[in-house]
Design a protein around this ligand. Structure first.
Ligand code: PCA
Length: 215
């Protein structure tokens, strides 16, 4: 079963989204490099999600049905942030400060009516942070994925994939392409790709450890 990694198309009048661009720099397999796991390598499959609040749930469930992922890592751009942010929580709330790409603006709306107010990431957060620190990748744990599409996808992912599937979200900062257009702090896309690869490797090892413990 593959690892699913998604990014988003550009939004908010931008021409580029690092979460989309980074997908092309990821290895087609994780677990075959320096951290080879006894569990065996996993194939990575990638997909680009639309910034379409009304359509994204359908696209996610299509991907989950198609790939039945062993783990799902969703990525998006956080324009105002300087660091790669590993999200801890998704809120059951949509409150947009800009329209989505179909012109929809949602205010004070729940994502899953009757669902819990917040859901926690199912990625091995501390282990991932440590793997980044070892490689000197500037990153942080974040307690808010916002109230826009990224948070919506994180919440939908956590509420729809089986409980045992590791699922989580990483917000990426601007990369060099965005920083050239509008001066802002950025992290080079190659470093972002390295961070995503390490998050995948770490998650694979975590799944492998869990598998060994339950045997
Ligand atoms: N970032 C937005 C949605 C799409 C993206 O890449 C967000 O942070 O919600």
């Amino acid at each position: 079963m593959p690892f699913l990694v998604t990014g988003f198309e550009p939004f908010g009048g931008q021409h580029h989204n690092p979460s989309q661009a980074v997908l092309g720099l990821l290895p087609s397999q994780v677990g075959s490099l320096e951290t080879t796991s006894p569990y065996g390598p996993s194939e990575t499959v990638t997909a680009i999600l639309p910034v379409d609040s009304g359509g994204v749930a359908k696209e996610l469930s299509r991907l989950y049905r198609k790939y039945k992922p062993e783990a799902a890592l969703h990525l998006g751009l956080a324009e105002g942030r300087a660091l790669i942010s590993l999200e801890r929580l998704a809120l059951n709330l949509m409150d947009f400060s800009i329209p989505d790409n179909t012109g929809v603006v949602r205010e004070d709306q729940t994502i899953v009516p009757g669902g819990p107010l917040a859901l926690g990431s199912r990625l091995p957060l501390r282990r991932i942070l440590e793997s980044w620190q070892r490689e000197n990748i500037p990153a942080t744990l974040s307690n808010s994925a916002g109230t826009y599409l990224c948070n919506q996808v994180m919440y939908l992912a956590l509420s729809s994939l089986p409980q045992e599937v590791p699922v989580g979200f990483i917000h990426l900062p601007p990369d060099e392409t965005l920083a050239l257009k509008k001066t802002s702090p950025y992290t080079p896309l190659a470093v972002q790709a390295q961070a995503v690869r390490l998050a995948l490797e770490t998650t694979l090892n975590y799944v492998a450890d869990r598998f060994r413990r339950t045997r």
